[in-house]
Write a protein that binds this ligand. Structure first.
Ligand SMILES: C[S@@+](CC[C@H](N)C(=O)[O-])C[C@H]1O[C@@H](n2cnc3c(N)ncnc32)[C@H](O)[C@@H]1O
Length: 224
């Protein structure tokens, strides 16, 4: 019997076979995030699960220094090749890293942490909790953490092959976890909860329903 490939290998092979798996345009989340980054004088961000970098390049082109990580070696190799071509090497640091391992940065390094559809991947609840806490560690006091996850109103919620609590494997072979608003609030302990907003993402290959979540690290002088 042929052994099933793991999720990391699946992403490697998806990115090796399609140049722009999620399309060329930045996500809607990145467009909204850039405007609050500007309003809040954000200069440096950490991006988790950057994939082929459609959002990474958008931020870099708009003057944000991005440290972008993904556990897919293929995606990070592609990012490095693009950086050379676009002459934007100084703005983007791309590295292969599994976010289930401790983040390789000192405390209080970044103004913001950003991810689009990363926490919605094959991660246990405990792993999500631990990664959120590690992100809080590398954020400056008062820094923002914005992310999107697929939610319990998504057309794929409860569909296909069950893989654990609120988690199903879709026909493309990707394991996806879906979040309720309550679950996100439970997992975001230690942050100041700012807002949650539902939006639709129509990037290929199908439509999704997502939550945009905005958290803030406490500790600014004069604030809780
Ligand atoms: C749904 S894709 C989104 C990619 C990108 N943010 C975008 O919107 O174009 C999720 C990404 O998370 C990465 N990923 C999944 N689990 C990871 C982990 N444990 N550590 C680092 N990256 C991971 C995958 O390789 C994939 O590139």
């Amino acid at each position: 019997m042929q052994e099933e490939i793991n999720q990391q290998e699946r992403w490697d092979s998806a990115y090796a076979s399609v140049e722009e798996f999620f399309g060329r345009e930045p996500s809607e989340l990145a467009i909204v995030a850039l405007s609050w980054m500007r309003e809040n004088q954000v200069q440096s961000i950490l991006e988790l699960g950057c994939g082929q970098g459609r959002d990474t390049w958008y931020f870099a082109e708009n003057g944000i220094m991005v440290t972008a990580l993904d556990y897919s070696r293929e995606s990070i190799d592609q990012m490095k090749r693009t950086a050379k071509r676009e002459c934007q090497e100084g703005w983007v640091t791309a590295l292969t890293h599994d976010a289930r391992e401790p983040l390789p940065f000192p405390d209080e390094t970044f103004d913001a942490v950003y991810s689009h559809m990363f926490f919605t991947m094959e991660l246990t609840e405990e792993e999500v909790r631990r990664i959120l806490a590690d992100c809080r560690r590398v954020l400056r006091p008062g820094g923002f953490h914005v992310f999107s996850v697929r939610n319990d109103h998504d057309p794929h919620y409860g569909q296909f092959e069950p893989k654990g609590e609120d988690t199903w494997k879709n026909p493309l072979g990707f394991v996806v976890r879906f979040f309720s608003e309550d679950k996100i609030k439970q997992l975001s302990e230690g942050y100041i909860f700012q807002w949650i907003r539902e939006f639709k993402d129509g990037a290929p290959p199908f439509d999704r329903m997502l939550y945009e979540v905005m958290l803030q690290k406490p500790g600014l002088p004069g604030h809780p």
